[in-house]
Design a protein. Structure first.
Lengths: 114, 116
């Protein structure tokens, strides 16, 4: 069972560069989300999607873009990387069914912007 | 707005002691879900429990137990007879009504260290 797969696991970017963090899930979950984890701040929601073609902003969306063309994939794009985006990024998927309301998380991507 | 507060930033105990991690939440929703996740040193997030707002029964799973009290907006987590393998960062989280967990609001986390 692959679950939620994030790539890459580690990345170093220079300020101003752009890149895409990949996230794929094989559980046929409608819901997918991106979070960032910073020391002492827990995880904060960046963007989320409730289905293919539908995305919305979370708490900290600035500097990030998302799209959801398929149920399986939910890539996160950094448009012009800044040192403030140095963080650990987690992708999560979940089902809208109340009886299965649990978020499954990927292994995380540790991003450093220099 | 929803908010989750874990006032204990770090806790350190000796193995076999009992330890309670506090979680206080704020929400205007009448239907909501509360979660606990464990993040071991390896970094992944491990689901521990989900509780909906209509179920105030305490839950026990082995050495783990959870005390949900709507009157005090708290969802505390107790580890009995702690073990070194329990060392991790623990997060409490809240999701809005609708059943899904696509918009979790996390607390700041509590770093638990169990010393041998």
């Amino acid at each position: 069972n692959a679950g939620v797969t994030q790539t890459p696991k580690f990345q170093v970017l220079k300020t101003g560069q752009s890149m895409t963090l990949q996230c794929a899930q094989d559980m046929n979950h409608e819901y997918m989300s991106w979070y960032r984890q910073d020391p002492g701040m827990g995880l904060r929601l960046i963007h989320y999607s409730v289905g293919a073609g539908i995305t919305d902003q979370g708490e900290v969306p600035n500097g990030y873009n998302v799209s959801r063309s398929t149920t399986e994939d939910f890539p996160l794009r950094l448009l012009s990387a800044a040192p403030s985006q140095t963080s650990v990024y987690f992708c999560a998927s979940s089902s809208p069914q109340a009886t299965r309301a649990e978020a499954f998380f990927g292994q995380g991507t540790r991003l450093t912007v220099v | 707005a929803q908010k989750v507060t874990q006032a204990q930033t770090e806790i350190s105990v000796v193995e076999k002691e009992d330890v309670t991690l506090d979680c206080v939440y704020e929400t205007r929703d009448t239907t909501y879900y509360l979660f606990w996740y464990k993040q071991p040193p390896s970094g992944e997030l491990v689901f521990l429990i989900r509780r909906n707002s209509f179920d105030e029964q305490n839950e026990i799973s082995g050495r783990y137990s959870w005390n949900f009290q709507k009157s005090t907006s708290s969802f505390n987590f107790t580890i009995t007879a702690s073990q070194v393998v329990d060392s991790a960062v623990y997060f409490c989280a809240l999701s809005e009504a609708g059943g899904g967990a696509q918009k979790l609001v996390f607390g700041q986390g509590t770093r638990l260290t169990i010393n041998p």
